[in-house]
Design a protein around this ligand. Structure first.
Ligand code: OOG
Ligand code: MG
Length: 257
């Protein structure tokens, strides 16, 4: 199937705005075309006044690959309209099938050069914070092949960042807990992120160069979920706790049912 990136982006954009999912494409785009669709999708948001504030990686942990049935790193774009304040409330109306996952966020001091040395890597990072990502596939039932989810801006929908702090702790094996209403529902380790989140930073440098995404100074990088994602439920409170890094909180609007 030949895919017209602008038309495909228009369909994905409308699906998100109408909160009405698309059926799985019979034969989606190839990976290169999928990133063109993603760029066209972001261009529509920018044309509406949204500002690009960061980049996200997806499928950096086995837990996520297993949950979604795919096995390759992907990257997407974050805009200011997707960000919620720490402790803020997300409304479910307007979303299709939102899920939440615990992440580490990095504040970039500079771009990450492709092939940067491990010691040079941390020089590109100003701060680290606990984060929650809200994902919401525009494909029915969260079912897609890899190019489809790339086109859909890697299911990006929202994100919350906790307090920033200097990235001076050893980040290879920090406990990560996703809590809903005080109960731990997913437990993992920062080591689940490619064995060491530093590898996610290096991968972001490589991927950004390969797919033409800019890792700007002052922008945010979400390194990818350390655990599987959980459905967002009305009236609940979600918290991510990352050992030695901190906690971040999200409230879900509506009444628990
Ligand atoms: C794609 C997004 C993956 C992550 O952290 O691995 C992602 C999806 O699960 O629909 O954001
Ligand atoms: Mg994620």
């Amino acid at each position: 199937m030949t895919v017209d990136p602008a038309r495909y982006a228009g369909r994905l954009d409308r699906a998100a705005r109408d909160a009405s999912p698309l059926p799985q494409p019979d034969a989606g785009p190839d990976i290169t075309t999928a990133y063109q669709v993603q760029r066209a999708l972001i261009a529509r948001r920018v044309a509406r006044g949204e500002r690009i504030v960061g980049t996200k990686l997806g499928f950096t942990s086995r837990a996520k690959m297993r949950q979604m049935g795919v096995a390759d790193l992907i990257c997407g774009v974050l805009t200011d309209a997707m960000q919620l304040p720490d402790g803020g409330t997300v409304e479910l109306a307007g979303l299709i099938q939102p899920r939440v996952e615990p992440e580490l966020a990095y504040l970039l001091r500079s771009g990450i050069p492709a092939g940067v040395s491990p010691s040079g890597l941390w020089g590109c990072v100003a701060a680290v914070a606990p984060a929650l990502e809200i994902i919401d596939s525009r494909y029915r039932d969260f079912r897609f092949a890899l190019p489809d989810v790339i086109a859909d801006n890697t299911s990006a929908s929202g994100f919350v960042i906790g307090p920033w702090r200097p990235p001076d702790m050893d980040q290879r094996a920090l406990g990560v807990v996703l809590e809903v209403d005080g109960w731990p529902v997913q437990i993992g380790s920062s080591g689940a992120i490619l064995g060491d989140p530093a590898r996610a930073l290096a991968a972001a440098g490589r991927m950004a160069a390969a797919v033409g995404v800019e890792l700007a100074a002052g922008s945010v990088l979400l390194a990818g979920a350390a655990t599987a994602a959980e459905p967002l439920r009305a009236g609940s409170t979600v918290r991510a706790v990352v050992e030695a890094v901190g906690t971040v909180l999200l409230r879900v609007g509506g009444i628990a049912g």
